[in-house]
Design a protein around this ligand. Structure first.
Ligand code: UDP
Length: 466
């Protein structure tokens, strides 16, 4: 027995998925894992599909919001979590687990970096290791960590807004960023900014940060941040079947809030190799009706087959409607689903490119499958991710919006053509294939993520024998 790890993700799909992959890795290394969800998400996961959790104990607690709240207001949920997942609550939870499990007391905690504040004292009390888990690119952690420095240099104002609007180098190890790329300027305003500062302060006390990313993506940033805190990029945290070849089945699929529409895989089987545009905007992004219409018209204008994920809650309060006659006109070459088994989709040979909101999991999954991207970021770290995709790794192109923030149909059709035909496309495809190989090598024995995971594991096990 390797010990008993308590894993606490932030209650969002994009945070639960990689944490669950880490849980499975720990189980295969002999750990008992208790995985803490909020009641709201626990119920959604259980309803979406029944599965064998392979040695993972799924438990849940309330998130502090009323049952009928849709949980779409992120700052509200964050505030509720400050109480419902406060260190005192986690401590009581550990006491309950330890009382029930005399033989298997909790021996380590891994908690999402966004809610790790105050947990160091808890870990110290039980004399167990604590790791913060960062679900995104290390650069996104670093830019938040270095906020105090940016404030003291006068680069940022006290509300987090940059003093100058132009593209500048905020941190020496990072590429120049537009002011709009700063992750705290979306969804949450000043409150979110203060939360980012708190996150950095907590990290100073915690033993280490695990990141679902890999060193080769932003090595200079990892080096710079490592001078302040211990950083362990251990990604990509993706079921090994997808990294090794058998792409159709996995017992370790992500614990989705919605049921997968698996019929889209049969539809993909009927399409030619590298012909399909895959469009998905993750689990949180909300669209306007006009954006839905422009996208529909843009996809139609490409004259290529497409698979489009239109979530039931893609629009707030109403169902998206397509332009008149759209469904009839594209019937022969389209598949529209409410939730796709994304890993299977991205690894399918029919996929040509991924139109994405640049959520980190989607980006890393696309990298791992070698699929070039068209980028239309929605919020938080997604603008920073786009900068890396387009300017640093050169594995995708941006989708530019008009002055009203809408991506017009002509832009979609033009960008798809630029990505899939011509010189730009060939270069991007070459880079995507190269980065795919690197991402797969990094988790193999001797690779950087493999080595980082081994160090982390050693620390998780160390106190079991000390
Ligand atoms: N996902 C999926 N099916 C879909 C859309 C998304 O399984 O139809 C998964 C995707 O593979 C990823 C996660 O949901 O693991 C979304 O996380 P991401 O960070 O990309 O975006 P977020 O939802 O956090 O905005």
């Amino acid at each position: 027995m390797g010990g008993h790890a308590l894993l606490i993700p932030l209650p969002y799909q994009g945070h639960i998925n990689p944490m669950m992959q880490l849980a499975w890795k720990l189980v295969s290394d002999g750990f008992l894992v208790t995985f803490l969800n909020t009641d709201f998400n626990h119920n959604r996961i259980m309803q979406a599909k029944s599965r064998n959790w392979d040695g993972i104990r799924m438990i849940s607690i309330p998130d502090g919001l009323p049952p009928d709240d849709k949980r779409t207001n992120i700052p509200n949920l964050m505030e509720a979590l400050d109480n419902s997942m406060a260190p005192s609550v986690i401590m009581r939870l550990i006491d309950v687990i330890n009382e029930r499990e005399e033989e298997h007391k909790v021996t380590g905690i891994i908690i999402d970096v966004i809610i790790c504040s105050g947990l160091k004292a808890v870990a110290d009390f039980y004399q167990i290791p604590l790791f913060a888990f960062h679900t995104s690119l290390v650069a996104n952690c670093a830019i938040r960590y270095f906020i105090p420095k940016l404030l003291s240099l006068g680069i940022l104002g006290h509300d987090g807004a940059p003093k100058e609007e132009k593209k500048i180098t905020y941190i020496p190890s990072m590429p120049p960023l537009r002011s709009g790329d700063l992750p705290w300027l979306f969804g949450g305003g000043e409150k979110m900014f203060k939360r980012c500062i708190r996150m950095g302060e907590s990290l100073k006390q915690i033993k280490g940060v695990l990141a679902n990313s890999f060193y080769e993506l932003d090595g200079p940033v990892v080096e710079e941040l490592s001078r302040e805190v211990e950083v362990y990029p251990i990604g990509p945290l993706i079921p090994c079947e997808f990294l090794e070849g058998d792409k159709r089945s996995t017992s370790k699929a992500p614990p989705s809030f919605w049921a997968d529409d698996v019929e889209c895989l049969e539809w993909l089987d009927k399409q030619s190799t590298q012909s399909v545009i895959y469009v998905s905007f993750g689990s949180v992004a909300v669209w306007s009706q006009i954006q839905v219409e422009e996208f529909a018209a843009g996809l139609e204008a490409t004259q290529r087959p497409f698979l489009w994920v239109v979530r039931s809650d893609l629009m707030e309060g109403s169902k998206p409607t397509f332009p008149q006659g759209f469904m009839e006109r594209v019937r022969e070459r389209s598949c529209i689903v409410s939730w796709a088994p994304q890993l299977q989709v991205l690894s399918h040979p029919s996929i040509a490119c991924f139109v994405t909101h640049c959520g980190w999991n989607s980006v890393q999954e696309s990298i791992t499958m070698g699929v070039p991207m068209l980028c239309s970021p929605y919020f938080v770290d997604q603008f920073l991710n786009r900068t890396y995709i387009v300017d640093v790794w050169k594995i995708g192109l941006p989708l530019e919006s008009n002055k009203d923030g809408i991506i017009e149909k002509g832009e979609i059709a033009r960008a798809v053509d630029r990505l899939l035909v011509g010189e730009d496309g060939a270069e991007i495809s070459k880079h995507a294939t190269k980065l795919m190989r690197t991402s797969r090598d990094t988790v193999k024995e001797g690779g950087s993520s493999f080595n980082n995971y081994s160090i982390f594991l050693h620390q998780m096990k160390k106190q079991l024998v000390d």
